[in-house]
Design a protein around this ligand. Structure first.
Ligand SMILES: [Zn+2]
Ligand SMILES: [Zn+2]
Length: 244
């Protein structure tokens, strides 16, 4: 199987990554990718998030790289944080027109000081069945509302960092045309989750979520789960059957 594009990776604008955007682009070309989205963390994550005020600078940097490397399509993305059960995300109104590709995912440490309920329940879900069920209900509601409210291309690693009802999420993903990620770095979607989600008319994406240059375009673990789940390649946005 050949990966055509990688739609989830980070650059130095994220607090947990040091990669220069140009180095990211060069590696993607080296890996034979025809398209990438650089999707740094949304601004409301206190540890990893970009500063919203930096987004125009990131846009300009991507535009310059597009001129310099016309052989690859480079998209300015965002991995926005899911920050509330009503489906709130941290893509601001000023950032929105600059963004080519919107990913949304749930992360601990986003929106600290405003809505801690979601984080506390996700943290405690390991210790209590009752809290686990409540966390699962809230995470699911947050994802469903976000998909209905915003034009999201893809949900990143659904089920990682907090439990979700994948059946309900996949149903709304199909309804809203939101793709679901089979993330190479986190274990989700798992084989079991893929099997549940593939019952609906959902498109899947396999991405590296690279924080280091050498991880860009690497989706070996994702492919293993895809094969194990029996998910046909034509249901995956960025994979084709061509031999490499
Ligand atoms: Zn993430
Ligand atoms: Zn990420």
């Amino acid at each position: 199987m050949k990966l055509k594009g990688d739609y989830h990776m980070h650059s130095k604008y994220s607090g947990d990554c040091k990669n220069e955007m140009e180095a990211v682009v060069k590696q993607a070309i080296e890996m034979g990718l025809s398209e990438i989205a650089i999707t740094d963390h949304g601004p409301m994550h206190s540890g990893y998030g970009i500063k919203a005020s930096q987004y125009p600078e990131m846009r300009a940097e991507i535009d310059a790289l597009r001129q310099k490397y016309p052989q690859i399509s480079i998209l300015l993305g965002l991995e926005a944080n899911l920050i509330g059960t009503a489906g709130e995300i941290d893509l601001t109104d000023t950032m929105q027109p600059l963004c080519d590709w919107l990913n949304v995912g749930y992360h601990f440490g986003s929106n600290l000081g405003r809505d801690m309920g979601l984080h506390i329940r996700n943290f405690l879900s390991k210790f209590s069945k009752r809290i686990y069920e409540r966390a699962k209900k809230d995470n699911t509601m947050a994802m469903i509302n976000a998909m209905r409210k915003h034009s999201i291309r893809m949900l990143t690693h659904p089920g990682a960092k907090g439990p979700v009802d994948i059946d309900a999420v996949a149903r709304v993903a199909a309804e809203t045309g939101t793709m679901l990620e089979i993330n190479n770095s986190h274990g989700h979607l798992t084989v079991e989750e893929i099997k549940i989600a593939m019952q609906y008319d959902v498109v899947f994406v396999a991405n590296s979520d690279a924080h280091r240059i050498e991880r860009i375009g690497i989706v070996t673990d994702s492919i293993q789960r895809i094969v194990e789940a029996g998910l046909p390649t034509d249901r995956i946005y960025n994979l084709d059957d061509a031999c490499v």
